[in-house]
Design a protein around this ligand. Sequence first.
Ligand SMILES: Cc1cc2nc3c(=O)[nH]c(=O)nc-3n(C[C@H](O)[C@H](O)[C@H](O)COP(=O)(O)O)c2cc1C
Length: 331
Amino acid sequence: MSQASANLSREATAQHATAREPIEAGDPASDARALRRCLGQFPTGVTVVTARNGERLVGMAVNSFAAVSLVPPLVLWSIRRESSSAQDFLQAGHYAVSVLADDQVELSQLFGSSHPERFERTRWQAGLHGAPLIEGAIAHLECRLEQVHEGGDHLILVGHVERYARFEGAPLLFTQGHYGVAQEHPALAETLPPSGPDAAPLLSDAELLRQLVYASQRLSLDFESHRQALGLDMPMSRLLNRLLEGACERAELGRATYLEPEEVADGLAGLEQQGLLCHRDDGQVELSAAGRERQAAISGSAGHYMKDKLGQIAEADLAAFKRVLLALGQD
Ligand SMILES: Cc1cc2nc3c(=O)[nH]c(=O)nc-3n(C[C@H](O)[C@H](O)[C@H](O)COP(=O)(O)O)c2cc1C
C-alpha cells in the first residue's frame, strides 16, 4: 500500500470509529421521500435505455442500470410499472443501453422527461433491432431482453448483451439528487503538479469546465451542514432563493433553479411543511413572512461561509478569479 493510501485508510478507520448521528432514520413506509434521499447516498452513473417497438421508439434516463454477470453477459435495469414506455420495452424484446458522458447532463434531463421530441433533438444511430444508440455516450450495450422480474412498483429487465462498444471519455454521475463528475480522490494523488510561474498550467482549457462544476459541487456539499442547521436541504434553499425574487409558477421553478421535477416537488413539500410558502389564487407559489426570514438567515450563513472559504485565498488571485467568472457568465 502506498503512503498516501495508508494515510487515507487510517483516516477512514478513525472516522469509522466515531459513530455518526443519522440525519434521517425510520420506517420506509412512513416517508417514501426520506427513503429516496437515503437511497440517493449511493452514487450511480446515468444511462439512456432505448428500444424500437414496431414503428415506435422509446427511451428514458435510467440510473438503476447494473452489471449482473460476465459469463453469460447479463445486465439489468428497472422501469416504473406506470411508465408510459413500460409496455413498449416489454414488447420490443430488445433494448440498448447508452452510458452517458460527463458532458451529457442536458441529454439526461431530456430523457428524464416525457418530451415528445426526445429523439428528434438527439443525435443517435439505429443499432441492433433498431434500438437507438446515443452519440457521444461512453459505452453502448445492445441487449436481448432475457428475463422480467417483479420488483414492487418497478419491473426488473435482465438483458443478455449481444454487442458492446466502449468509447473514450468520463462518465456522468448521479448522487444525492445531483449530477456529478468523477475525480480521483485527492488523498490518493501521490504527487502534486508543480506550481509557480514557470510551471506548466495545472488545468488544461478543456479541463476548466469540469473543474468549475466540481468546485461548485464540493462547496454545495460542504455547505450542507449549514443548511441543515436551518432545517433546509439544497433544493429547498435554491427554491427559497428563487422565490425571494417574487411569486412563481410551479412549472417554472425547475427551469429557474436547475432542479429535477422530483426535487422541486420534494423541496416545495418540505418548505410547505415548515410554513415557509403561500399558495396564491392564480396558482403561483410565494414566500410567507417566515419564508423570507429563513431566506435571510440562509443567505447570511452563506455569506459567512464563503468569506471563511475565500479568506484562505490571496486577494490578487481572488480578484482575478472574480473577473474571470464575470467574463464567463456574460452572453
Ligand atoms: C438520472 C435519472 C435516472 C432515472 N432512472 C430511472 C430508472 O432507473 N427507472 C425508471 O423507471 N425511471 C428512471 N428515471 C425517470 C425516467 O427517466 C422518466 O420517468 C421517464 O423518462 C419519463 O417518462 P414516463 O413518465 O413515461 O416514465 C430516471 C430519471 C433521471 C433523470
